[in-house]
Write a protein that binds this ligand. Structure first.
Ligand code: FMN
Length: 451
């Protein structure tokens, strides 16, 4: 056994069911696109996750359809119900599973957000988390008359003020503020619910929250945003982090960096759970799993999704372009880049990106399809249940990750094979729970109740 595997001999893997909205990303077993917002499908997914003792579901947020040149990019986010409404429904058909919702601090009102999150947290028995993001896409801001003008620095300053107000609201009810006995002289003990005031750009806000604390006191905080400011913000406030790093060395370097930052912020190094996103594809043998991975890959990279990736760089309509041919020889149309709200971040240097992509394709003799598939190759765990369990055990015991935001391969049955075939292998290796630790998300994640 390599020495790295001994770094955390008792560490446990957390699974979070994650869903990248959009028909191109998760294969619809039902061959129906409306499966992605069919409640029965979500119930099946959530109940499978709970059967597999997943710690939580986890959803990202986008408050606007992605578009390109005025056309909706229909391979990406195609219809996305409000996460908290979906979670409120799913909480009613599950008992232990957590629900982490991504909500931004740039375009939301803190008092309203605090109330909505606290409400689902209370009514679900303390099973909610908030993934705090600042949202870097300007077009979302247009929904709120604030598109394009919110700088990185302003977003993180606002995030600090927003979160401070939200957490004060969540702490404004003293323990035991509610007299539960109907015969008590007061329903709420006088003076036990405090008024809270905003600071900085939120000064002038005064609020007395109307939602009592849940059994986990308040929602668990996650964070996603990888700049230095983002990491520092997470180190000060978050108990969970949605990271981009899954290649082993990068994941370990990121986790090491975050633990150092936590200690500098005066927190225990192990007070943070790190969850990168991935997929798991199983087979009876490693070879069969690899064949299945190719099969899923072909289904989740249809021509129109491949074309959307290059259109986002070239800045104009390429619908006549053959995706099995070379990348366009023409240069990108730079002035239209600001209209690109695509799946690829091309906010700068489209000319350089196009040149680099063209050169790579030429060198390797790749078509657009091969190029795009190469550029978007993500790290997935592919193999027999034993192979994947060994690999995940290595990651967790080395301290490279604490959990996975796991995308299903199919809707709605996509978690079943992980639950039925991988979870027992992980349990046999002592790296996965055999029963839920408690009833709240905080308990499932092994986190202390806030004072
Ligand atoms: C893994 C990951 C997932 C993210 N998911 C979302 C999301 O679902 N919705 C959103 O508005 N922003 C999301 N963000 C973006 C953050 O809101 C943030 O604005 C962006 O990363 C810029 O901040 P940074 O410079 O600190 O990274 C995500 C970021 C990361 C790293």
């Amino acid at each position: 056994m390599a020495s790295e595997e001994l770094a955390r001999p008792d560490a446990q893997l957390h699974l979070a069911g994650f869903f990248p909205f959009g028909p191109a990303y998760v294969w619809s077993e039902a061959e129906r696109n409306d499966i992605y917002y069919d409640f029965a499908a979500w119930r099946q997914l959530a109940q499978a996750a709970e059967r597999g003792l997943f710690s939580t579901l986890f959803l990202g947020d986008s408050q606007r359809l992605r578009e390109h040149l005025g056309r909706i990019t229909d391979t990406a986010v195609t219809g996305r119900p409000d996460q908290l409404v979906l979670f409120a429904h799913l909480a009613a058909v599950t008992e232990r599973l957590g629900f982490v919702a991504t909500l931004n601090t740039t375009y939301t009102d803190p008092v309203d957000l605090a109330r909505r999150l606290a409400s689902v947290d209370l009514l679900s028995g303390g099973r909610v988390g908030w993934n705090v993001v600042t949202t870097d896409n300007d077009w979302t801001g247009e929904n709120f008359r604030r598109g394009g003008d919110v700088t990185h620095e302003v977003r993180y300053r606002r995030a600090e003020e927003h979160l401070a107000l939200v957490t004060s609201l969540w702490s404004a009810w003293e323990p035991g503020a509610v007299a539960t006995a109907a015969s008590a002289p007061h329903w709420i003990r006088p003076g036990a619910v405090h008024e809270v005031a905003g600071t900085g750009s939120l000064s002038g806000v005064r609020a007395r929250p109307s939602v009592p604390p849940s059994p986990q006191v308040r929602p668990v905080l996650f964070q996603a945003g990888e700049s230095d400011e983002g990491r520092e913000f997470a180190a000060r406030h978050a108990q969970g982090i949605f990271s981009r790093y899954l290649q082993f060395d990068q994941a370990l370097a990121f986790a090491t960096d975050m633990r150092r930052r936590l200690v500098r912020a005066g927190r225990p190094a192990d007070d943070l759970r790190i969850f990168p996103a991935t997929r798991i594809i199983l087979g009876d043998t490693d070879a069969e799993a690899r064949a299945r991975a190719r099969w899923f890959g072909d289904r989740t990279w249809p021509d129109r999704r491949i074309r959307a990736v290059i259109e986002a760089v070239w800045g104009h309509d390429l619908s006549d372009h053959d995706v099995d041919g070379p990348p366009p020889h023409t240069d990108p149309v730079v002035p239209t880049q600001t209209l690109t709200h695509g799946v690829v971040n091309t906010n700068d240097r489209p000319l350089r990106t196009a040149a680099a992509w063209r050169e790579l394709a030429e060198q390797r003799g790749w078509s657009i399809r091969q190029l795009v598939r190469h550029l978007n190759a993500s790290i997935e765990f592919v193999g027999s249940p034993a192979t994947v369990a060994d690999e995940l055990t290595r990651y967790v015991r080395a301290g490279a990750i604490d959990g996975l935001n796991l995308q299903p391969n199919a809707m709605p049955g996509g978690f079943d094979e992980v639950v039925d075939r991988l979870v027992p292998e992980l349990q046999n290796r002592g790296v996965y729970r055999t029963a839920y630790e408690g009833t709240t998300l905080r308990e499932q994640l092994g986190l202390a109740v806030p004072s």
